[in-house]
Design a binder for this molecule. Sequence first.
Ligand code: C5P
Length: 220
Amino acid sequence: MSIPVLTIDGPSGAGKGTVSRAIAMQLGWGYLDSGSIYRSLAIASNQQEIDITDVAKVVRVAESMLLKFECAAELNVKLNGKDITSELSTETTGNTASIIAAYPEVRAVLLQKQKDFRQAPGLVADGRDMGTVVFADAEKKVFLTASAEERGKRRYKQLIEKGINANLAQLTEEIEVRDQRDRERTSAPLKQAEDALYIDSSELSIEQVIQEVLDWVRFL
Ligand code: C5P
């Protein structure tokens, strides 16, 4: 029998990370934050000062980067031995990640790195194409979204709490641009898998979303 996977896809700021981590803890499963892989590649490309419109160069960086994830209370990531956790959540990193994530060649290189996270007793995987591409055979899929306004507010709060400077109006606009890019790209665009449970969390607390997903997962 294959190792069970729960996929949670959706646009940025919908609460996927918080919900996925809490559910992974409750189920005693591993957790994959696939966005952090694209974000790490953005940081690596930036460190090596390559032109990110040069796909071949981005692919080379992707092939050679060495990532180490440690999931404690927060996710800690080491890139080629150096801690990059604090750089991961900036908007610049997110925007660069979304540009390079549109290259099919880059996605192909990162595919196996993501599949390798599927280990017993199970995995909660969050991203944009977890249920449609990477773990298309998962039997438990969720598509979690919220209004752009609400997602902007949540992102703002998250950044401020981390001590990162942010501007709400600018943030909401950036989120919308990034979502549009993620939805409209031809390679693994952000979309709901046909067999995914749709949750709009605009009017829900994070606890309510966690409960709804857990009830549904246990029902299956
Ligand atoms: O989820 P997060 O905001 O960390 O993702 C950063 C960017 O990485 C997204 O905007 C998206 O372009 C890309 N991404 C992706 N596929 C995933 C996860 C993230 O293309 N599975």
